[in-house]
Ligand binder design. Structure first.
Ligand code: HEM
Length: 165
């Protein structure tokens, strides 16, 4: 039975040599999944620790010092998950694109990105006034709470991809 010509964008993506390699090589997919989990650990682990500080945990630790220590690793984790996620996705693009949990995950990642940009723009700019020993202003704490809820949602939706399609 001859292979049918890929027609949709997702079929064309899944037909690329890279996608075929990820699909057919015995080690590519499990290694990418492992990296995807390591990226998650850096990204979500770092964000949770930073948000807990904003919510008042360990208020003796200066927020700016903590940001300098944690946020570069958060960005590295994000980059790892974008790259490994795109490769995992390409291997069965049409199937994943139709996966309800995957769609929820991508929407939550976008919302978490917007939330982080709002934090940077409207809360972090006057951090000197609440850097250490005092509670963060209500807007920073609300954005930290929203961030925690969104990233816990991303991880849950990611895990549910195998169950809620
Ligand atoms: C940036 C933050 C991201 C986080 C925190 C995240 C988190 C997760 C989690 C928790 C899983 C389930 C892993 C498992 O249970 O084995 C998962 C799987 C997956 N993710 Fe992501 N993900 C992210 C980004 C992406 C992106 C941008 C894409 C695609 C463009 C993507 C594609 C996938 C795919 C295809 C799987 C299924 C892998 C499998 O077969 O188990 N992810 N992700």
């Amino acid at each position: 039975m001859p292979e049918t010509e890929p027609t949709t964008f997702w079929e064309v993506l899944a037909a690329t040599p890279v996608a075929a390699f990820v699909r057919e090589n015995a080690w590519a997919y499990p290694l990418l999944e492992t990296l995807h989990m390591l990226g998650l650990a850096l990204l979500v682990g770092g964000i949770v620790l930073f948000d807990l500080r904003l919510l008042g945990r360990s208020s003796e630790i200066p927020v700016r010092r903590l940001a300098c220590h944690i946020l570069p690793w958060v960005w590295i984790g994000f980059a790892i998950n974008l790259a490994t996620g795109a490769l995992l996705f390409s291997s069965d693009a049409a199937e994943f694109a139709a996966n309800a949990s995957f769609r929820v995950k991508i929407v939550l990642i976008a919302l978490a990105g917007i939330n982080a940009a709002v934090f940077q723009r409207f809360a972090f700019r006057d951090v000197e006034s609440w850097d250490r020993g005092v509670a963060a202003p209500p807007r920073a704490r609300v954005l930290a709470m929203v961030s925690l809820v969104l990233w816990i949602g991303v991880v849950t939706a990611g895990r549910m991809m195998a169950y809620l399609k």
